[in-house]
Design a protein. Structure first.
Lengths: 368, 398
């Protein structure tokens, strides 16, 4: 089959690492007072000030929207029938709306939802703010001041040839110490890259592949997608704690993403096997009673509460695990069912978006 | 129903469901007797706009002057509220999001997202903040014509690997469509059937929204890697989705909707047999390189002994000149994925060239050059470089 049209991603073609394989540090950065027109909205993460990072996977770009001081009533009310209310606000029915992520504003505590309205040619992204009065407001993206950065496209061996650009799905993002960490996978290679993107946007590293040992596998798992992660300090060293497909929980030093060897492979430490047939969706870290915990939602294994106390001393799993789970202890929270996305609300609460047969609900509950 | 031509679209105004005050109950668009102008609501496409707005007309100059475009949302919604028509009138939904503005005849509501054809929207008007005795309320329903049911135009034009035999540890199948599809994940429309044992359940990796290319004409079906990789629990419990020696049918139902919401023109079936697993790394040195004569634009052809991943091979292989410049041209791969070629834009010159393969190149089972998809724990060989080359020569034409 012959490759076809050039498509919209040509914008980023100049970023391709191309034949040299050298790091593509140059980045296509756009800055404007208005007029943002993302094609999709996926993962969300708050940055410094009132900046909200939003991933546009289809365009392989990340937006940093300046939300300004606009806010609704403080907090975010529970919405038991979120799918129906959100659809009504978007002028449609729930079958035409998909919610891809949520993020809690660090000061107003309003909840921002990333969604798509429509499924066909007319599908459009929607950023919606839920406030303490239960009001859902569509944030007009084209009226926000923003900067955006295009992620490097996949390396190509034939820079001039026509091709069908690979797309990348951005699975999770987190802002830490002046940089946005981005995890993504592609629609072609079965692999995962973690990238460190300095903010304000200027450069994008070429991405680091993190090798892990999958204890349920008995082999070096060189390539598997990261679905959720969180920056977290273990033993005085900033680490990335990452959840992979089939749920190995892996730590590796944050510095390995930004070191001079960026672009090379890094071997992570597998500290737990949390069960197969599953992928992580979201994770947060919180403190309760002087003890830190990781809270992680999953597609088929519920919400897990994992004490982090043993993360630093955990021996990496390097031999085959025959049980379903292994490594650092965890508990599955039986009363949290259907939870997909979650985010911390202040120091003692968590917003959870849960799906049930009756629909989608959003509520804020005490941290477990 | 009263249909009025207004603006550039044909606008429709339905009976008011709960017309109040002095608004005549038989037709919501009818003039309110005491108002200086009749209150009326219509769907209008303003000049220069691409989608209809809800226009309320019949406000007095004083009433319009009292309104500002930046008035609080609550003020506007009290005056003019648009909602998706609710199945249960006792639980009215929240207002449709949008922007309000003052026009030279009244108020305009521009929805944040275009009104959908065929969907009914309730409109409630209450000018109580301006008017007391005279009629000041209106309730009606507006809708864009449903339009013709979209005709089916899209069909599956092929899959990759397209050959009759695939390795049992196949990692992915690409499905090509003739036209852009909807954004939904496609697994519910795909059935994999083993001729011996029946439908293969949980064969593919479920992913929200799925893996589409940029224009929604190619979908990637990833086999669940937990079942493909040896030794992972799902593999040990359920086995691989494909078993060497078994025959399979990949069926795609017409229920998969295209970007216009229409089903596929026809169902699609692809039959194949699973062969032994591919577990060896790719070896560039084992490839046959067929070099054309200088002075021609005939293709240079690469013949790997086993198939390559179709999509990745199109971008991860190339030819460079002796100076290291990429040779510009048209790249293609045949249906067996074992014959890659580049037709140069300019005729070949005699001299040295190189085949360039990026380390991302894979076979259909995920094996890369110098590194198989599944690697033993004691394998500590360094990762291959990001770019590998193999030189060849183009001889002068005789």
């Amino acid at each position: 089959m012959r490759v076809r049209s050039l498509g919209a991603l040509l914008l980023t073609a100049g970023l391709a690492a191309s034949l040299s394989g050298t790091p593509a540090a140059r980045a296509v950065v756009t800055a404007a007072d208005a007029g943002a027109a993302p094609t999709t909205l996926g993962a969300l993460a708050f940055g410094p000030g009132n900046v909200l990072f939003a991933a546009d996977s289809q365009a392989a770009a990340i937006y940093a929207f300046d939300l300004g001081t606009a806010a609704g009533a403080p907090g975010a009310a529970d919405v038991p029938d979120l799918d129906k209310k959100l659809a009504a606000v978007l002028g449609t029915d729930p079958s035409q709306v998909s919610i891809s992520d949520l993020a809690v504003h660090p000061t107003s505590r309003n909840i921002y939802l990333a969604a798509m309205r429509g499924t066909g040619a007319a599908a459009a992204p929607a950023l919606v703010r839920l406030d303490g009065a239960g009001r859902l407001d569509v944030v007009a993206l084209n009226g926000l001041k923003y900067t955006s950065v295009a992620l490097p496209n996949a390396p190509v061996a034939n820079p001039q040839a026509r091709r069908d650009p690979r797309t990348a799905s951005i699975t999770d993002m987190a802002f830490d110490n002046g940089q946005l960490i981005v995890a993504g996978l592609s629609n072609e290679e079965f692999s995962s890259k973690l990238r460190a993107v300095k903010y304000p946007f200027s450069t994008v590293d070429p991405g680091t592949s993190v090798e892990i040992f999958h204890g349920n596998h008995g082999a070096v798992e060189t390539r598997s997608p990261v679905y959720a992660f969180v920056p977290y300090t273990v033993g005085g060293t900033k680490q990335i704690v990452a959840g992979y497909l089939c749920t190995p929980l892996v730590t590796f030093p944050m510095a390995s993403l930004t070191s001079a060897t960026a672009g090379a492979k890094v071997r992570g430490t597998t500290i737990a096997e949390l069960g197969s047939g599953n992928r992580p969706i979201d994770m947060i870290v919180y403190t309760r009673g002087g003890q830190d915990y990781l809270l992680m939602s999953n597609t088929s294994r519920g919400v897990m509460k994992i004490p982090t106390a043993s993360f630093g001393s955990a021996t990496g799993i390097t031999s085959k695990v025959v049980e379903t789970t292994a490594g650092v202890p965890f508990e599955t929270l039986a009363d949290l069912k259907g939870v997909e996305h979650l985010d911390k609300v202040g120091a003692d609460k968590v917003a959870v978006l849960a799906k049930a047969d009756s629909g989608v609900s959003l509520r804020t509950i005490p941290l477990p | 129903m009263l249909a009025i031509a207004h603006g550039r679209v044909r606008a429709f105004c339905f009976y008011g469901a709960a017309a109040l005050a002095a608004v005549a109950p038989t037709a919501a668009c009818r003039r309110a007797a005491a108002a200086p102008e009749p209150l009326a609501v219509a769907l209008v496409t303003p000049a220069g706009a691409t989608h209809p707005t809800v226009d309320l007309t019949g406000l007095t100059d004083d009433e319009r002057d009292a309104l500002r475009d930046d008035a609080p949302e609550a003020v506007w919604e009290a005056l003019l509220k648009v909602t998706v028509q609710a199945a249960n009138p006792e639980a009215p939904p929240p207002a449709v999001a949008g922007r309000y503005s003052v026009t030279d005849r009244g108020i305009r509501f521009t929805p944040a997202f275009p009104f959908q054809p065929g969907r009914r929207y309730d409109v409630r008007v209450d000018l109580g903040r301006f008017r007391r005795a005279e009629p000041h309320t209106l309730a009606t329903t507006v809708a864009l014509p449903r339009g013709a049911t979209p005709a089916s135009e899209a069909r599956v034009v092929g899959v990759s690997p397209a050959g009759p035999t695939v390795p049992e540890n196949l990692l992915r199948i690409y499905v090509w469509f003739s036209a852009p599809m909807s954004r939904e994940a496609g697994l519910s429309h795909v059935t994999l059937t083993d001729a011996r044992t029946g439908v293969v359940t949980d064969a593919f990796l479920p992913v929200d929204g799925g893996f589409w290319n940029h224009d929604f004409t190619r979908y990637t079906l990833f086999f669940d890697p937990g079942r493909v990789k040896v030794g992972i629990l799902p593999n040990e419990r359920m086995g691989r989705p494909l078993i060497a020696g078994h025959r399979y049918t990949l069926a795609i139902a017409t229920t998969w909707l295209d970007a216009q919401g229409a089903p596929l023109v026809e169902a699609f079936e692809h039959r194949f047999t699973a062969g032994p697993a591919l577990t060896a790394p790719l070896d560039l040195a084992a490839w046959q390189i067929i070099a054309p004569p200088a002075g021609t634009r005939e293709p240079v052809v690469l013949r790997p002994p086993t198939p390559l991943d179709h999509a990745i091979a199109l971008r991860a292989l190339g030819i460079t000149s002796a100076g290291g410049d990429a040779v510009d041209g048209e790249v293609s791969l045949d249906v067996t994925d074992t014959r890659w070629q580049l037709v140069p834009r300019e005729p070949w010159k005699a001299g040295g060239y190189s085949v360039v393969a990026l380390e991302t190149l894979e076979d259909p089972a995920g094996n890369r050059i110098g590194r198989a998809f599944e690697v033993p724990i004691d394998d500590r060989r360094p990762a291959p470089p990001p770019r590998l080359t193999r030189p060849f020569r183009i001889a002068p034409s005789s």
